[in-house]
Design a binder for this molecule. Structure first.
Ligand code: GAR
Length: 203
C-alpha cells in the first residue's frame, strides 16, 4: 500500500481531515510519518494520540537544503511514497523536489494562480474578488505554482473578514484534499503541460 508523509508547521486541521478520511475508509493509504518543523505544533500531539509516528525536526538556524536533507532522510526511512504539505510554511529546496518529482502535494487557500504566498485570504479580500477558494497542486520550484489537481470555489461575502473567509475556505480544503490525494494515489491521471487530466480523458 502506498504511504503518505505529512509535513506541517502548526494547527494541522488538514492533517486531521486526511487522517479522518483514512479512518473512514475513504482513502486507501497509511500515514507513515508526520513531521513538524515547529516544536509547538498542536498537530504533533494529536498525531501521537492517534498512534502515528510523529516527529519534530526543528528548522531554526539550519540552511534550507541542509534541513531538507534531514527531512528527506526521515521520509525515506519511513518509506514514504507521497509527500503531503499540510500547512507547511517552508519553501522546499531543489534537492527535496528532485528527490520526490511529482510526488509532493500542497494545499493553498486561494484559487491559484491568484494570491500565491502568505495571507492568501487577506489578499483576496483586499483585492475585492467575489470568489476565492482553495487549490491542491503538485509542488514545483515556483511559489504555489505546480500543476493543479483540484480546486473548490468559495464566495467572498460583503461581511467577510480574512478570518471568516479562511474558515469557510477551510471546510472546502478538508473536503478536496483527501479527494485529490485519492486521485494521485490511484495513478489514474496524466499530466499534459500544466494540466492534470483524468487518465482516460481524450486530448
Ligand atoms: C490552510 O489554510 C492551508 O491552506 C494554508 O495554511 C493553513 C493550514 O491549516 N497553507 C498555506 O497557506 C500554504 N501556502 P491547518 O494547519 O489547519 O491545516
Amino acid at each position: 500500500m502506498p504511504t503518505l508523509g505529512v509535513l506541517l508547521s502548526g494547527r494541522g486541521s488538514n492533517f486531521r481531515a486526511i487522517a479522518g478520511a483514512i479512518d473512514a475508509g475513504k482513502l486507501d493509504t497509511e500515514i507513515a510519518v508526520v513531521i513538524s518543523n515547529r516544536e509547538n505544533a498542536p498537530a504533533i500531539e494529536h498525531a501521537r494520540e492517534r498512534g502515528l509516528n510523529a516527529i519534530v525536526l526543528p528548522s531554526k538556524n539550519l540552511e534550507r537544503e541542509a534541513y531538507d536533507r534531514l527531512v528527506v532522510a526521515e521520509l525515506r526511512r519511513n518509506r514514504v511514497d507521497l509527500v503531503i504539505l499540510a500547512g507547511y510554511m517552508r519553501i522546499l529546496s531543489g534537492y527535496f523536489l528532485r528527490e520526490f518529482p511529482l510526488r509532493i502535494l500542497n494545499i493553498h487557500p486561494s484559487l491559484l494562480p491568484a494570491f500565491p504566498g502568505l495571507d492568501a485570504q487577506h489578499q483576496a479580500i483586499a483585492h475585492g474578488v467575489k470568489f476565492s477558494g482553495c487549490t491542491v497542486h503538485f509542488v514545483d520550484e515556483g511559489l504555489d505554482s505546480g500543476p493543479i489537481v483540484a480546486q473548490a470555489v468559495v464566495p467572498v461575502l460583503d461581511a467577510d473578514t480574512a478570518e471568516t473567509l479562511a474558515a469557510r475556505i477551510l471546510v472546502e480544503e478538508h473536503r478536496i484534499y483527501p479527494q485529490a490525494i485519492a486521485l494521485v494515489l490511484s495513478g489514474s491521471y496524466r499530466i499534459e503541460g500544466r494540466r492534470v487530466l483524468a487518465a482516460d480523458a481524450r486530448g
